[in-house]
Design a binder for this molecule. Structure first.
Ligand code: GCB
Length: 652
C-alpha cells in the first residue's frame, strides 16, 4: 500500500484482508418499529496528512484525541469527494491518508438500553478506511464502493457522559493489488523533480476521486435481529414464487412471521418458516421501463422476528418478482426478449465528485427516462444502493459492475489480486443480490485478458460469482482486441466496447460499418453467445461544430452514433441484445493530452444539458421501445412523428 518513506502504514494495511469477511448480512439500514436511524451527513472536521511519508497521523495517534487538537482542520462535507471542495491543487491531487472526524450525541435511550445494538455504517469511502470510536479502532475496510459497518454499543456505553467521537482515516492509494489497480512511481532525478516527488499511475479513465462518498449513519437493532434476507423469484403461469431465506443473529431460537404484501399493503402470502417458497396468485411481475405499462412493480416482504413475549425486530425488503434467462441469441426477462437500449454512467458531478447527491440522482433518472433508456451499466464500480433502489422502483435494468477496471499489468493477475477480487464479488453480491433491477454481474472492464494468467483468473472469478448467485448471468467487458478473449468461454453474454473512427482510424467515419460488422461476426462466430455493444461513442465539446464533421464536434459525435445504429439495426435481428452509449454525461478524468478537462463522450454535459447526440439517441430509443416494448396504446408507433413525440412527452 502507500509507503512513501515509512513502514507504519503498510503494517496497518496488511491486516486488512482478515477483516473483509462476509459472513454476516449487509441489509440496507432502514427505520421500522424496532430500528432507528441517525444520519451523520453534514460537516466533518478534516485534515490531509501531508507529511512526507503520509504517516504522521499514525505516528502521533490523531485518533486518540479531537482532530482539532493535533493540528489545523477544515470543514469537509460528507458525503462528497474532498478533491474539488477547496482551491488547493495539492488536495485535489492528493495521494495518501486523509482524516475525518465528527462528534455525535447518541440518544440517551440507545445508551441506557443494553438490549439495543448500535451500528456505525459507512456507505462507502475510497479507498482504504480505518475507523475509531473514542480512540478505539472498530473496523477497517478495503475497497471504495461498498459499505462496511461495526457494532459500537459497548464502546459508547463505556462513558455515557462523553459524546461519541468518530474518526475515519481514508487512503486513496492504488497499488497492483487493489481494485482498481494502480502504481506509485517515485521520480528520483533531482534535476527534474523535487525531493519526495511521486505520482499515482492509474490505468482507467476517470478521476480517482476520494473521501467519504456515501452516507455515514448510526442505526439500531434489537440484540436479536434479522441479519440477512435472500430472495430468489420465479413464476409459473399466473403464480409468482418467492423463495426466501432469513438469517437471524443474537438468538438461539427465533419465531418468525414472514408476510408478502402487495402495493396496497394487502397480504398476498405468509409463512412462519425461516426459509421457504411463498406463492403469489395473480402475480404482478416486475417489468422493465418501457416494456410494460406498469414497470417496476414491487411487493414488500415484511420479516417479524419475536421471542415468547414480544416482537423483537421488523425488517421490510422490497421484492420484484421476475426471471432472467439467456439463450445463444437472446436476453429474456420474464421469458420475453429484452433489448438493452441504455447508457453507461459514472458517479460524477461538479464539486461533489463521486459524493452521493439526491438532486443529481433524481435529475439523472429523469434524463434517462426522457431519453427512453431502459438500462445502464454501473461502469466501472458498484453504484450507491440508493441508485439501485431507484432502478427497482422505476424499472431501469442494471448491469452491476465491480471495480475491476484497469487490470492491465501481469502482476495484477496474481493470487493476492484474485483473492481480493473474489472478496469484492462476495461483498457486491451480498449487497445487491435482492435487487430485481440487477440482471447481470460484470466482473471487470477491459482487462488485459490476452495475458497467459487471465484464463485461470477469469475462469475462477466467473465460476465463483456464479456460485454466489446462480440466478444471474455473468460477463466481463472486453474491447475490440480479439486476443482479449481468454475469459470469454466462461461468460454468459459477450460485452464488447469499441471506438471505431475514434481510437482506431480517427476521422474515418466510413470504416464504421465494415469494422463493426466484422467485430460482431467474429465474436458471435467464435462463441455463439449473445452480444451487447457495451460502449461506443465519440468526444464532443459542446458547442463545437463543423460540417463536414470533424472529430470533437457535435456533428462528428452524431455521425458516429448513426453509423453504429445502422449496424445495430441489422444485428439486433440476430444476436445483438443491446447497446449502451459511452457515456451518459461528460465526466472528470486525470489530466492528460487526450482529455480537455475530462472525457467529453457524454450525450449530456457534466451539468446535464443535452448535446445534439442526446436528441439522436432519444429519437432512436423511443423508436426501439415502440418496436420491442409494450407501451400504453397512445404511445404506439407508427404514428406521425409529431404525434409520437407528443405522446412520449405525455407518457413521461
Ligand atoms: C473505454 C473505457 C472507458 C473510457 C472510454 C473512453 O474503453 O472502458 O472507461 O472512458 O473507453 O472514452 O476512452
Amino acid at each position: 500500500m502507500f509507503l512513501p518513506g515509512g513502514p507504519g502504514v503498510l503494517g496497518a494495511l496488511c491486516l486488512c484482508a482478515v477483516f473483509n469477511t462476509v459472513d454476516s448480512g449487509m441489509l440496507f439500514p432502514q427505520e421500522s418499529s424496532s430500528r432507528e436511524v441517525k444520519e451523520l451527513n453534514g460537516l466533518w472536521d478534516f485534515r490531509a496528512d501531508k507529511s512526507p511519508n503520509r504517516n504522521q497521523g499514525f505516528e502521533r495517534a490523531w485518533y486518540k484525541s479531537r482532530l482539532a487538537e493535533t493540528g489545523p482542520v477544515i470543514d469537509m462535507p460528507v458525503p462528497a469527494s474532498y478533491n474539488d471542495i477547496t482551491q488547493d491543487p495539492s488536495l485535489r491531487d492528493f495521494t495518501g491518508w486523509v482524516w475525518y472526524e465528527r462528534e455525535v450525541v447518541v440518544p440517551a435511550r440507545w445508551v441506557a438500553d443494553e438490549g439495543t445494538r448500535v451500528v456505525l455504517r459507512v456507505g462507502s469511502a475510497h479507498y482504504y478506511s480505518i475507523v475509531w470510536v473514542n480512540g478505539v479502532k472498530v473496523t477497517e475496510h478495503e475497497g471504495g464502493h461498498l459499505p462496511f459497518e461495526a457494532e459500537i454499543g459497548s464502546l459508547i456505553r463505556k462513558d455515557p457522559t462523553t459524546p461519541c467521537r468518530i474518526t475515519i482515516a481514508v487512503n486513496n492509494t492504488l497499488t497492483l493489488k487493489t481494485l482498481p489497480p494502480g502504481t506509485i512511481q517515485y521520480m528520483s532525478d533531482r534535476t527534474k523533480y523535487p525531493d519526495g516527488f511521486f505520482v499515482q499511475n492509474i490505468y482507467f479513465d476517470f478521476f480517482n476521486y476520494a473521501g467519504i462518498h456515501r452516507p455515514v449513519l448510526l442505526y439500531t437493532t434489537p440484540k436479536a435481529y434479522v441479519d440477512d434476507i435472500t430472495v430468489v423469484t420465479d413464476f409459473l403461469d399466473n403464480t409468482g414464487l418467492v423463495k426466501y431465506t432469513v438469517s437471524v443473529q443474537g438468538a438461539t431460537t427465533a419465531t418468525l412471521k414472514v408476510t408478502l404484501m402487495d402495493k396496497d399493503r394487502h397480504c398476498v402470502a405468509s409463512s412462519s418458516d425461516q426459509s421457504g417458497v411463498l406463492k403469489v396468485v395473480d402475480v404482478k411481475l416486475w417489468w422493465p421501463y418501457l416494456m410494460h405499462e406498469n414497470p417496476g412493480y414491487l411487493y414488500s416482504l415484511e420479516v417479524r422476528q419475536s421471542d415468547e413475549r414480544s416482537t423483537q425486530d421488523v425488517y421490510t425488503l422490497p421484492v420484484g418478482i421476475r426471471t432472467v434467462n439467456v439463450t445463444s441469441t437472446q436476453f429474456l426477462i420474464n421469458n420475453k426478449p429484452f433489448y438493452f437500449h441504455g447508457v453507461n454512467k459514472h458517479e460524477d458531478s461538479d464539486i461533489r465528485g463521486k459524493g452521493l447527491d439526491w438532486p443529481l440522482i433524481v435529475k439523472d433518472f429523469n434524463l434517462m427516462k426522457w431519453l427512453g433508456a431502459n438500462s445502464f451499466r454501473t461502469s466501472h464500480y458498484p453504484y450507491a444502493e440508493e441508485i439501485l433502489q431507484m432502478c427497482d422502483r422505476h424499472g431501469i435494468v442494471v448491469i452491476d459492475e465491480c471495480p475491476g477496471v484497469g487490470i492491465k499489468d501481469i502482476r495484477s493477475f496474481g493470487n493476492a489480486s484474485l483473492t481480493h477480487h473474489l472478496a469484492v464479488m462476495d461483498e457486491l453480491v451480498r449487497r445487491d443480490k435482492n435487487h430485481p433491477s440487477v440482471v447481470m454481474w460484470s466482473v471487470a472492464n477491459e482487462p488485459a485478458a490476452e495475458m497467459p494468467p487471465a484464463e485461470y483468473y477469469f475462469k475462477t472469478l466467473i465460476k465463483h460469482t456464479k456460485g454466489l448467485d446462480p440466478t444471474r448471468p455473468v460477463t466481463y467487458i472486453t474491447d475490440s482486441n480479439y486476443a482479449r478473449d481468454k475469459g470469454a468461454p466462461y461468460v454468459d453474454v459477450i460485452c464488447v466496447n469499441s471506438y471505431f473512427s475514434w481510437y482506431h482510424d480517427p476521422g474515418h467515419l466510413e470504416v464504421i460499418p465494415i469494422q463493426l460488422n466484422t467485430q460482431f461476426e467474429n465474436w458471435y462466430g467464435k462463441y455463439h453467445k449473445p452480444i451487447i455493444q457495451s460502449e461506443y461513442g465519440a468526444d464532443a465539446v459542446p458547442g463545437l461544430h463543423s460540417d463536414p464533421p470533424m472529430m470533437f464536434t457535435e456533428e462528428y459525435q452524431n455521425v458516429v452514433l448513426q453509423k453504429y445504429h445502422d449496424v445495430f439495426d441489422q444485428k439486433r435481428k440476430q444476436y445483438v441484445i443491446g447497446e449502451l452509449i459511452w457515456n451518459f454525461a461528460d465526466f472528470m478524468t486525470a489530466q492528460g493530452i487526450t482529455r480537455v478537462v475530462g472525457n467529453k463522450k457524454g450525450v449530456f454535459t457534466r451539468q446535464r444539458q443535452p448535446k445534439a447526440a442526446a436528441f439522436i439517441l432519444k429519437e432512436r430509443y423511443w423508436r426501439l421501445a415502440n418496436e420491442t416494448g409494450i407501451l400504453p396504446p397512445w404511445t404506439k408507433y407508427p404514428c406521425s412523428q409529431r404525434t409520437f413525440t407528443y405522446a412520449h412527452t405525455l407518457f413521461l
